[in-house]
Write a protein of this length. Structure first.
Length: 156
């Protein structure tokens, strides 16, 4: 005997069970190939993105490239690294520029492709992209010793 409710219930249970196994999207931190850094702690990463650290260990200036509002990876970075919402982020950078603590705010990039192009073209640059967009031309930095595909990676 065919039982539509039973079949529907099994299908929904299976769908719910597989959702838990889906990989959460990760954001990869990438730097210009000439940057001599391969691992950052979450605290160091936060200091860089807040422009509290403006130079790499070799004394070259850090250029921060940030996705434009609306990008999913920007939302994750605002939450996980900046620990701010969009309006707090804007006020933070306005105040930082007004107090002359930085020469300029982050450079805005409009797409992952633009971020990938600029990261290889701008010495000292750092940005974030969806981990799915990593290619052989970028240098991925591990965070607390973990890469985006490893369990415990903090930017998910």
């Amino acid at each position: 005997m065919f039982r539509p409710r039973l079949v529907l219930g099994l299908v929904l249970a299976l769908a719910n069970a597989t959702v838990g196994f889906a990989k959460e999207p990760s954001v990869a931190i990438v730097v210009h190939p000439g940057v001599e850094v391969s691992n950052l702690s979450m605290n160091q990463l936060r200091r860089i993105f807040l422009a509290d650290q403006q130079f790499w260990p070799d004394r070259s200036r850090i250029t921060l490239l940030v996705r434009a509002p609306g990008a999913a990876e920007r939302e994750l970075v605002l939450d996980q690294i900046y620990q701010m919402d969009e309006s707090q982020f804007r006020r933070y950078w306005i105040a930082k520029i007004f107090r002359a603590e930085v020469p300029s705010g982050p450079k805005i990039v409009w797409s992952s492709n633009m971020a990938l192009e600029l990261i290889t073209a701008v010495p000292g640059s750092i940005t974030f992209i969806p981990a799915a967009d990593i290619d052989a031309h970028v240098k991925v930095v591990s965070i607390d010793g973990l890469l985006p595909d490893q369990p415990g990676y903090p930017l998910r």
